[in-house]
Design a protein around this ligand. Structure first.
Ligand code: NAI
Ligand code: OAA
Length: 279
């Protein structure tokens, strides 16, 4: 049966997911609703789709009180941590399954607990893509034996500027001329300082030893052209190190193109009954 998809956030990731559905690269579904607080984002994406959505909204309340809302089977969040926290619980309570791209939203324990409750007791399904990294399979398998997890994320000035870290300190990322480690702390703290840059630390935390114990370093390198994520793990029966160098997506330098492709594959595997490869 064809599933009706609503996409929240029509930026770099939401756009590509919608295009992929439109091009029939993800079977068993159609784009039914687009929701973005920015009207231009909606219009731009809609104009590029061959199969037009049934409705578009720029206010959440209009979406959830519309007639079309009851037809939605699955919601893709690709907007922001704030959006994920604000909308997801209501959507799950209303019986929608979800894929959440802004995984940093789970660093709030109250939000996390409520989502787990809706999964365990409400029968809902929630999918968190690997996004811009890999290695979640290993972390999940060894999680009971981990001594240390360190994520080092290195980004260019362009892909990190505007983060609350800089605004709070009255600093400008453009004034960094040498490779500099600007942050060391827990994943929980990292997400507060860099909410649009370090969702990957949430996935590492959720797959492994949690937001308080996962250590994060953020490095700004004015010469780097990629978003680089290095995951170093020591555990009782071994250790592993994964280095991922991602080119940014064309429309958003903060977002690696791998995150776009990971979202598409996660949605495909959520909707298609297929062999499950990897843990
Ligand atoms: N899990 C991962 O590995 C990764 C996660 N992300 C996260 O995925 C999300 C989407 O990323 P991109 O598409 O690159 O961002 P983007 O900035 O290109 O697009 C976001 C879109 O969401 C809209 N939006 C923002 N707040 C909204 C709200 N409250 N309600 C409705 N629409 C809203 C914006 O107007 C924009 O069109 C971001 O939170 C980003 O940090 C990005 C890369 C990797
Ligand atoms: O796309 C990336 O490289 C990582 C990113 O923005 C995030 O984790 O929020």
């Amino acid at each position: 049966m064809t599933k009706n998809i609503a996409i929240i956030g029509c930026g770099a990731i939401g756009y590509e997911i919608a295009k992929s559905i439109d091009d029939r690269n993800i079977p068993n579904c159609r784009v039914c609703v687009l929701f973005d607080t920015e009207r231009e984002q909606l219009d731009y994406l809609e104009s590029d789709l061959t199969n037009k959505p049934d409705a578009m909204f720029d206010r959440f309340d209009d979406f959830i009180t519309s007639d079309i809302f009851s037809k939605i089977d699955f919601v893709v969040e690709a907007a922001s941590i704030e959006a994920a926290r604000r909308y997801s619980i209501k959507l799950l309570q209303e019986g929608k399954d979800m894929m959440i791209m802004s995984t940093g939203s789970f660093s709030d324990p109250t939000f996390s607990k409520e989502i787990l409750n809706l999964i365990h007791n409400g029968g809902r399904r929630v999918y968190l893509p690997s996004g811009a990294i890999g290695g979640a399979d290993i972390l999940r398998a060894v999680k009971g034996y981990i001594d240390e997890v360190i994520l080092t994320t290195t980004k260019s000035v362009n892909s990190i500027k505007g983060a609350p870290y800089f605004l709070k300190r009255g600093q400008n990322a453009d004034s960094i001329f040498d490779k500099t480690t600007i942050f060391e702390g827990s994943a929980e703290e990292a997400i507060k300082e860099f909410p649009s840059n370090i969702n990957v630390s949430a996935l590492v935390s959720l797959a492994g030893i949690g937001f308080q114990d996962t250590r994060v370093r953020v490095v700004v390198d004015p010469l780097i052209e990629t978003n680089r994520h290095e995951i170093a793990v020591k555990w009782k029966y071994g250790e592993f190190y994964i280095k991922i160098n991602n080119r940014p997506s064309p429309s958003n330098p903060k977002t690696s193109y791998l995150a776009v492709l990971s979202a598409i594959e996660c949605l495909r595997s959520a909707l298609v009954n297929d062999i499950q490869i990897g843990s």
